[in-house]
Design a protein around this ligand. Sequence first.
Ligand code: G3I
Length: 546
Amino acid sequence: DAAVNQLGYLPGAAKWAVLPAAAGGEFRVVRAGSDSVVLRGATGPARRWAMSGTEVRLVDLSALTAPGDYELRADGQAPVRLRVAPDAYAALTAGVLKAFYFNRASISLDARHAGPWARPAGHPDTEVLVHASAASAQRPEGTRLSAPKGWYDAGDYNKYIVNSSITVYTLLAAYEQFPALFKAQHLNIPESGNALPDVLDEVLWNLDWMLAMQDPADGGVYNKLTNLGFDGNVMPHQAVGPRYVVAKGTAAALDFAAVMAHASRVFKPFDAQRPGLSARLRDAAVAAWQWARANPRVVFKNPPDVRTGEYGDDKLDDEFAWAAAELFLTTGDAAYRDALKLEAQPIRVPNWGDVLGLAWMSLAQHRDQLAKADAELVTRRVGDFGRQLAATWQGSAYRLTMESANDFVWGSNSQALNQALMLIQAYRLGGERAQLDAAQSVLDYVLGRNPLGMSYVTGFGQRSPLHPHHRPSEADGVDAPVPGFLVGGPNPGQQDQPHCPVRYASKLPALSYIDHGCSYAANEVAINWNAPLVYVSAAIQALTPP
Ligand code: G3I
């Protein structure tokens, strides 16, 4: 049947749907519940999409601009619901941000804010042990320290600095670029109604934890706060194994420096509400940067007795560049501009292990603080990158930027959304409509315009994951999964086999997915996957012309 964005489309948006080739050359759109045709036209030619191995036809519904509920019909196809609404993504943006609240450590979720997903507090993290790998003169092995709060990383209950960093950055960037939208948003979290926008309150929950992960003696940053091994399917308060801070590292220090420098700027206008916070964040950033300069190649590997997520990364040039860019924008100190080596930096789609794109993104946002030649370079490079992604989209049988098997990694949905994030940076610079439309197509893809007809966000859309790899969703006794979580999505790597007793139906990139709690390689949730969905959903809402 037709694959569409199951949450609908904004009136002024590009609206693509995909039909199986067998649907033939013609489509009709009727008002829901009637036979009155409001739009009819020709479908695109049948083309094979290599990512799914299927023959498809594109349908351009962009002419459908009047808000309302419709049905898309084509020969031999079941009618598919189609919605056009000016607030199509408002609940999504809020719901996907609210998911961070649901993943908070060290706090009970009460029924007023969490509804049926209320639960007792887990992981106070006030008596965390210094692991042998993290021991120092001031903090020998076994020393206890306090590092409460933060978000659980994903379906597991551990907290990782590298992955927290790109996540916090992406959420703060969303606020920084679209403040009006977030200032008007009410998330119903415990802090709602205080002097800060809810998104900043939510981010502070994690920033407070991150600050506690820095060793005040030397500015170094521990990689993670973790159990030795993953827990079973239990609720947070039932997972009571000892917790450790594990090894300092260069990637953790630099990601921390970048995000603290960025946060220092974003929280600056709130100095009256949080006296001293902005300066404290900046000082933490500088201390972490100095540690990294003195320890430029401390690559993290799990010690033999630690078996939780690694987020290991041995390419550190991008982390150095990102931290330098953020510190330059925050302090104005030319030494950071020199350390950045901007002309030599490539531009790529960001992910937890490759943060260079985030440097370009911040520089683009703050072109007015750059020397003229640098500002021109940023505009040209970000624009070119956006045009390149838009060209891929234009040529795609599925109208999607995900055109390479390499895009379908563990967490492929976040790869798609981070492509959209880069497209949006380019669109904001030059206003080239194809870039916005290509980003819209990514949002459509994760919300149902895909060969599995799945909205990959729990609780959103007509068909969404029911069994995410997320311990609370599996253990809470509530039928519906905790809402607002994007799952990782199709991943032909299938690294959860044979541990997961359920088999994948296909190895084709865009089809390699199972909705099963055992599938940590395709159906887990993660904070760094939700964050770009918050960003893209907000951006599309804020930028699409009426
Ligand atoms: O870097 C290599 C690359 O050189 C190679 O070409 C490619 C081919 O497969 O693999 C690349 O390594 C991949 C690595 O991510 C970096 O992208 C691995 O195959 C892949 O298995 C690895 O996946 C990561 C996974 O943890 C396993 O380490 C995911 O990106 C990462 O999102 C995921 O994160 C986990 C945390 O560890 C624990 N918490 C849950 C979270 C989500 O599943």
